[in-house]
Structures are given as C-alpha cells and as structure tokens.
Design a protein around this ligand. Structure first.
Ligand code: NAP
Length: 291
C-alpha cells in the first residue's frame, strides 16, 4: 500500500512512519509541504501522490490552546480532517483518522468502559472538535477508519511521561499536582501504530477504540514511571476538580476495544507491559533528554 502520513513529525505520526514503513510505502510530507488546512494543497497532494491510504496524525492537542484559539482549533482539528476525507473520497483512497476519548463526558461510573457506540458528549473545545472531525470523516468518506485512543506517550513529541521525568530530573521543588480520581489507559504510540497497521492489513472499516488494557490515574502513572526509573520527584495527589481545567476533562477515560476484539484484529496489551518495555528501551534517553 502507498500510505500518505500527515503529522508524521508528531508523537504518534513518528511511530506510525516507522511501523508502517516496515511493510508499506510511506510518504510523509511536513506541514510546510502539505498543510491540511488548505484544500488546494491537500487536493494537489492527492493528485500527485495517488495514495491508497491517508493517515491523519495531525492535531491541535493542547487543551488550553484549544480553549483560547478557536480559530486554529477549527482549522486544524475540523477543516483539516474534512479536506482529507473529501479528497480521499474523490481519489478512492481509505482515510484513517485518529480521535480521542474526550468525545465522551466521562460520567459513566468506573470501572465501566466506553464502547464505540456509546453516545458522545464532549466537555471541552478539544473534545467537541474531535467529535466534529469524526462527523466530517464519516460524512465525507465512504471508506474510513476512525480510531479513538487516549493518554498517548512515546519517545517522539512531548507527553505526560516525559513531563514526569523532567520534573524529577530537574529537581523541581514545587510538587506536580496530579489527579488520583481520573482514570485512563496509558497507550504507547508504537503499540497504536501496530494496531493501525493491523487494521489496514485486515481492511478494517468503521470506528474503533484502541487503548491499552487496564487503567490507572495520572497520579498512579507518575508513581509507576518514577518507580521503574528509580527517580524521585515532588508529586502530590489532588482531585480532578482542583485543577483549573478539571471541569473540561472526562473523569472516566477508559475505552473498551470492543470492535477490534470482535473482529479478531486487536493487538493492544496491558498498559504496564508496554510501559515496562518502553522504559527499558528508552528510560536512559528520557533522562538524558530531561537534563
Ligand atoms: N496525545 C494524546 O494523548 C492523544 C490521545 C488521543 C488522540 N490523539 C490524537 O492523535 C493525533 C496525534 O496526536 P499527537 O499527540 O501525536 O500530536 P502531536 O505530537 O502534537 O503532533 C501533531 C502533528 O500535527 C502536525 N500539524 C499541526 N498542524 C498541521 C497542519 N496544519 N498541517 C499539517 N500538519 C500539521 C504537527 O507538525 P509540526 O510538528 O510541524 O507542528 C505534528 O506533526 C491527534 O489527532 C490527536 O488529537 C492524541
């Protein structure tokens, strides 16, 4: 397959580039070459490249920026996916689009997970934009995969695991306030890239959840990372409502990968297993980068 990956310099996109590139031809233009916001640029890219698949790893993900810059949010998170979906339809190409657990309000009682067909009800501007992006993809492309994931980490880009390591290595004395009453499954970008490859190889279609098994709070996740890397850091448990943007965050972010399990195409594993492998492989690099 010829796969056009957009957002390939980001956290998830970088791992997708590596994993998909092992079996397929991948083309990874940067933002300067293909800005998804521009219809003319997108359609020209499809015309020139003629991809079998376009994988959209582009996104504005910083929650605070999403609240304060609605213009950029709409352009990047909604109009971009719409441009890609419409172009995919015109060029008979499959689109894979990455969405998020923040399309749900997270009010389901723990430990019940969210299924693919649960009713969305986003709380934040980011969550609303992701839900709109899903509608744009479904409404414009007959051959799509939408993948909802959450709490992504990896060696590329910035993420929560890296900020915990930074906090420890730099010896920041002010404690990091981390909620112990919000739950999700930390998911390794590399693992999600494997899941995307599996879905493409098996011609998956529709909306899939794809996160690691199990769940924890961000406070527990930080403790786990510090313990594995034998680091000490000032961290303090707090409740989600104590955070300034806490009201915008779903409490229950746990997703069940029901569709991929049903179809026998689920490759996700327990979150501790992947995090152990990640920290074994990249722990030293994380510490060095943080210094
Ligand atoms: N992070 C998470 O925990 C999480 C959870 C669930 C779902 N997701 C979704 O997964 C996707 C990838 O997230 P991520 O964490 O990998 O994001 P990321 O690290 O911030 O990467 C975003 C990528 O988008 C590119 N980009 C931004 N604006 C663009 C534009 N106008 N045209 C083309 N490219 C543009 C960036 O390029 P530059 O580097 O050049 O700016 C970068 O390569 C997003 O859709 C996000 O909503 C993320």
């Amino acid at each position: 397959m010829k796969i056009l990956i957009l957002g390939a310099t980001g956290g998830l996109g970088s791992d997708c580039r590596k994993v998909l590139g092992q079996e397929h031809e991948v083309i990874c233009p940067g933002k300067e070459e293909v800005d998804v916001v521009s219809w003319d640029v997108v359609i020209e890219a499809f015309d020139t490249i003629s991809p079998d698949v376009v994988l959209n790893c582009v996104g504005l993900t910083d929650l605070d920026t999403c609240e304060t810059d609605p213009f950029a949010l709409r352009k990047i998170n909604v109009e971009g996916p719409r441009n890609l979906a419409q172009s995919s339809a015109r060029f008979e190409c499959k689109i894979v689009h990455v969405s998020c657990a923040h399309v749900f309000d997270g009010r389901k009682a723990m430990p019940q997970p969210y299924f693919e067909d649960d009713a969305p009800n986003p709380l934040s501007a980011y969550g609303k934009s992701k839900l709109e992006s899903e509608t744009a993809v479904r409404g414009n492309s007959p051959n799509y995969i939408i993948i909802r994931s959450n709490w992504l980490y990896g060696i590329h880009g910035d993420n929560f695991v890296k900020s915990v390591v930074r906090h420890a290595v730099r010896g920041v004395s002010a404690p990091m306030q981390l909620p112990d009453d919000q739950f999700g499954a930390p998911t390794w970008n590399h693992r999600l890239a494997l899941q995307i490859r599996e879905l493409l190889n098996k011609d998956g279609r529709g909306s899939y959840h794809a996160t690691s098994y199990g769940y924890c709070s961000l406070y527990e996740l930080a403790q786990y990372v510090l313990g594995k890397l034998r680091l000490k850091a000032a961290i303090e448990a707090c409740s989600l409502s104590a955070l300034s943007n806490g009201h915008l965050l779903p409490v229950n972010c746990v997703l069940e990968n029901r569709l991929s399990k049903k179809q026998g195409v689920n490759v996700m594993v327990n979150w501790e297993k992947d995090l152990d492998t990640f920290l074994e492989q990249f722990g030293d690099q994380l510490i060095k980068e943080a210094e």
